[in-house]
Structures are given as structure tokens and as C-alpha cells.
Design a protein around this ligand. Structure first.
Ligand SMILES: Nc1ncnc2c1ncn2[C@@H]1O[C@H](COP(=O)(O)OP(=O)(O)OP(=O)(O)O)[C@@H](O)[C@H]1O
Ligand SMILES: [Mg+2]
Length: 413
């Protein structure tokens, strides 16, 4: 078997021999929300595996052709999604009667709430219409004028569609507004077969859909974090086993630690190591393959991250607190990190007592655009008490800094 049939960095691991690591409780929540007719809103940091997890949960629907996947909401409005749905059902969109023929449709397509509606006129070809007329709700000509249109909902219900809308965080305000109205209408319709799944990158799901009592009943927020060590281990060992490559526990631990639970990095390093072992006719993967994988990762994949890292850290001065903070955070396994954790790790590294008051300024700077905005705030309330956490905006950045800190890639940069 070819390593690239097993490890697929950057692709959804959904083909036959691809390795998929189960995501435990969030994965379970997605599937059960779908089965109960709720709308899962899956959110979390960059590249933690949100889209892959949803795709995995919907394998049955994908294979039976009922999955409609909208890759992104960037420059899209609900109207575009409705058109895509209608085309899937065999309709042809009548462009002549399009009420807002405009490049940037969503900017002009004012929301339903504002009282001005876009409209879609769609026509079913005579042949399909005659074939499907009996027992089905298809009408030959359809005019859709609002996000809450029942005809669309009924068609989706009849066809048992699962609609997945990804990259919700890139939607503009009008699109969010329309989508929220759509979800509210969905909640009121009591659909049995039509399902909706929403996905967005970000630590705060509440900004992706407008919340109100109508759609709160339907929505279920499900957060996903980076992979825990057991998930990373599963991904690697299943992959190597499949390729009949052997390994020591030590080398697996090394990859897990370096990748800090970023699935893309795990997949990339796994693929590089397996390919190199095969090329050299070796059946055991070892430090030799690891070093070579790191070298390729540094030169082929990490350039953008390294540039941002260099923008974030100080190049002059004695203390270099921003650099200290980043390196300290890269060594803490938790994804969400408190100021106390940072201060204690920085103090340990600098062999000095550094109070959090000294670090709060540099920490704030690391969240600003001026320094590349590598960190972000996370506020969560546990048991009524609000905690302030700090996290890397992109978990892959954490992984790179850990690699630099441990001297694994520095020589290749
Ligand atoms: N559970 C998994 N098992 C194995 N590989 C995975 C898993 N989840 C993700 N991956 C790998 O990591 C890559 C990135 O995952 P994915 O695109 O699903 O993340 P995402 O959270 O949707 O990212 P983004 O924030 O960019 O939308 C995938 O292309 C795949 O190779
Ligand atoms: Mg995604």
C-alpha cells in the first residue's frame, strides 16, 4: 500500500484506507444532535479537525448522495445555497428574472428582515417533472423569495437532505441574518429527515449565528479542541500498522509531543516518515525518518508560520518577554492557558520570579495585529466563575514554536 493512501494531510480522511482518529465526546455529540433533529454548530480553533469530524459523522448520508456540502460562506448568501439546492433537485435557475443580478449578490440582496427580498425563479425540466410528479412535492415552476421559504424546506425534507454549511465565520452580516432566519424556520417546521449542520472556525460560536429563542431551541454548540495524546497516538499507530511499519513507543511520543495535537501536522509527519522508510527499504521508522520529516516540514510547510513568529518576538533587548511568553506557552500541554501558568513557566525558564503584572503588557501585544495576532482571548464560565484563558489562534503556531524551542527545526529554517 502507498503511504499517501493512508496519510492524507490537507484532505478529509474519508476514503477507504485513510486513517481517521475518533474524536470522542464531541464526535458523539454531533451524531446524536443530528439524529435528534438539532442543528449542531461545530466550532474551535484553526485546523483542529472540525470539517473532517463532521464528514466522518455523515458518511452514510454522503455515500447515499444526500449530503450537500457548502465549503464556505465567504462571499455567499443563503440565496446561493438555495440555488445550489434547487439545481441538485433538477431545477434550472431562470437568470433573466433574477431580481438582483449582481456580482456581490449578498451585499445587494438585502435581508428578509429589512423587507426587501431577493427572489429565485427555478424551472424543472418537463422530463424530470413528469417522471417525479407522482407522490412527490415537486412543482414545475418555483419562486423562492425568502430565507424562510417553505417550499425549499419541503423539498429538502422529501429528499432527506443533510445540508452542511462550513466556514460560517467568514459570512457577512446579511448572510448570518438570513441563515439565522432559516434555522428558526427549520426549528418550527418539525422536519423528520432534513438535517442541517453548521461549522465555523473560532473560539466563540455565538458570533456565527444570531441567537434568539426561536433558533436557540434548534442549535447545539459543540466545541472541538486539538487532539489529545491518545487521539494523536491512534492516528499514527493505525497508519503505520496499516503500512506494516514498526516503531518504538519513544518515536511515537516524540511525534505526538512535536505536533501538539494538530491533525494536519500529524498527518504530514506520518506521511513523510512512512515514505522515507519505504524508499530506503526500512521496515522500522526511527529518528532518521523523524529528522528528515522535520526538515521537509520546516522548508515546505512552515514558512508562513515562521515569518509570523519572527514578527511577534523581540529581536533586541534583554528580557524579550514576548518571546518568553510564546515559548513558555508552547511547552504547556493545555490548549487554554491561564496567566498563572504562563507566569510560572516563564519564571522557571528565566530562573527569576516574573510576576504576571510584568507579563500582561507583552501578552496583550501578542494579541494585537501589530505583532501578528498570534494569541487570542478565551472567556469561559465554569460553575459561575469566569476564567480568562489565553490560547494560540492557530494551534499549528504552537507546534512550530515547540519545534523551535526544542531545537528540532531551528537548523533548517
Ligand atoms: N480525526 C482525524 N483523523 C485523522 N486526520 C484528521 C482528523 N481530523 C483532521 N485530520 C487531518 O487534519 C486536516 C485538517 O483538518 P480539518 O480540515 O478537518 O480541520 P478544520 O478544523 O476544519 O480546519 P479549518 O479551521 O481550517 O476549517 C485534515 O485535512 C486531515 O488530514
Ligand atoms: Mg474546516
Amino acid at each position: 500500500m502507498n503511504p499517501n493512501e493512508v496519510f492524507v494531510p490537507g484532505k478529509f480522511p474519508i476514503e477507504k484506507n485513510n486513517i481517521y482518529a475518533d474524536r470522542g465526546s464531541p464526535q458523539h455529540s454531533v451524531r446524536s444532535a443530528i439524529d435528534r433533529g438539532f442543528v449542531p454548530l461545530v466550532f474551535g480553533g484553526y485546523g483542529v479537525g472540525k470539517s473532517s469530524m463532521v464528514m466522518h459523522c455523515l458518511e452514510k448520508e454522503r455515500l447515499s448522495g444526500r449530503l450537500i456540502y457548502i465549503e464556505t460562506m465567504y462571499k455567499k448568501n443563503l440565496k446561493d445555497i438555495f440555488q445550489q439546492l434547487l439545481e441538485k433537485f433538477g431545477y434550472t435557475i431562470d437568470k433573466k428574472t433574477d431580481s438582483n443580478e449582481n456580482e456581490s449578490g449578498s451585499e445587494v440582496g438585502v435581508s428578509a428582515e429589512a423587507g426587501i427580498l431577493w427572489s429565485i425563479k427555478a424551472v424543472l425540466s418537463g422530463k424530470i417533472f413528469r417522471k417525479q410528479r407522482r407522490g412527490s412535492q415537486l412543482t414545475k415552476e418555483l419562486i423562492v423569495t425568502s430565507p424562510t421559504d417553505r417550499k425549499i424546506m419541503e423539498l429538502c425534507e422529501n429528499k432527506q437532505i443533510v445540508l452542511v454549511i462550513d466556514e460560517l465565520h467568514r459570512a457577512n452580516e446579511i448572510a448570518i441574518n438570513d441563515l439565522s432566519a432559516f434555522v428558526r424556520a427549520y426549528a418550527n417546521q418539525q422536519n423528520k429527515f432534513f438535517k442541517i449542520v453548521l461549522i465555523g472556525t473560532g473560539q466563540d460560536a455565538s458570533r456565527m449565528v444570531y441567537s434568539d429563542p426561536g433558533n436557540d431551541r434548534a442549535l447545539q454548540e459543540i466545541g472541538l479542541k486539538s487532539m489529545i495524546a491518545d487521539e494523536s497516538r491512534l492516528l499514527l499507530t493505525q497508519g503505520f500498522d496499516k503500512l506494516r511499519l514498526t516503531y518504538s513507543e519513544g518515536i511515537i511520543e516524540k511525534i505526538i509531543s512535536t505536533s501538539v495535537g494538530v491533525p494536519f501536522v500529524l498527518q504530514y509527519i506520518g506521511l513523510e516518515m512512512a515514505e522515507m522508510a519505504q524508499r530506503n527499504n526500512r521496515s522500522e521508522i526511527s529518528l532518521i525518518e523523524f529528522e528528515s520529516a522535520m526538515k521537509n516540514y520546516a522548508s515546505n510547510k512552515a514558512q508562513r508560520l515562521v515569518k509570523t513568529y519572527k514578527l511577534a518576538i523581540e529581536t533586541v533587548g534583554e528580557k524579550k518577554y514576548r518571546k518568553q511568553i510564546l515559548h513558555a506557552m508552547s511547552k504547556i500541554d493545555d490548549e487554554y492557558i491561564t496567566m498563572e501558568q504562563i507566569a510560572s513557566e516563564v519564571s522557571r525558564r528565566m530562573e527569576d520570579n516574573i510576576p504576571s503584572t510584568t507579563l500582561s503588557g507583552p501578552l496583550r501585544d501578542l494579541k494585537s495585529d501589530q505583532y501578528g495576532g498570534v494569541l487570542t482571548n478565551i472567556s469561559t464560565a465554569y460553575g459561575g466563575r469566569a476564567h480568562n484563558y489565553h490560547a494560540f489562534k492557530d494551534p499549528a503556531m504552537k507546534s512550530i514554536i515547540r519545534m523551535i524551542d526544542e531545537g528540532t527545526i531551528e537548523k533548517y529554517l
